[in-house]
Design a protein around this ligand. Sequence first.
Ligand code: SF4
Ligand code: SF4
Length: 160
Amino acid sequence: MKAKPFENVKNQIGFCGIWCGSCVAGNGTLRELTKRYKEIIRRYGLEEWAPKDFDFTEFMKGVTSIQAMPLCRGCLKGDGRSNCEMRTCASNKNIPECGDCDQPAACNNIELLRKMRTGARRAGLFVKTENSDRQKLIEKWTADLKTKWPYCVLFCLNSE
Ligand code: SF4
Ligand code: SF4
């Protein structure tokens, strides 16, 4: 059976600490929401009763295009930022994440690291900054996703 997008990214915490499992571009949330929205629109025949100035054909083209966007494979599989400074630096140090860095005070990427983490949190992603057990954290975060919008759409009973 083909793995669901969430399973592809679930165990990936990027070198900066961002959990790929909580990213809508990789875990399938954006695709699932778009697919369901399209289904609802069709089922309700929106084309027949949408406002006259609404270009239904163009709108559906856009929605179809979003649905077809390739899923991010996750930071540890080489996706995310191309040539990411944190990924290169932490990989060279042979550590799984910046949180394990032995010289954080001397980090040349500290501003970028802060910016990425802040931006990710603002967008609703989960970020690991403390030295805690990765697997336990992933289990806890996965449980949290099940009741958190918009991720919960991935766990609905009739999700494909
Ligand atoms: S590519 Fe860089 S910024 Fe993106 S998750 Fe990986 S380490 Fe973080
Ligand atoms: S120096 Fe900075 S980018 Fe490199 S591993 Fe340490 S915290 Fe991460």
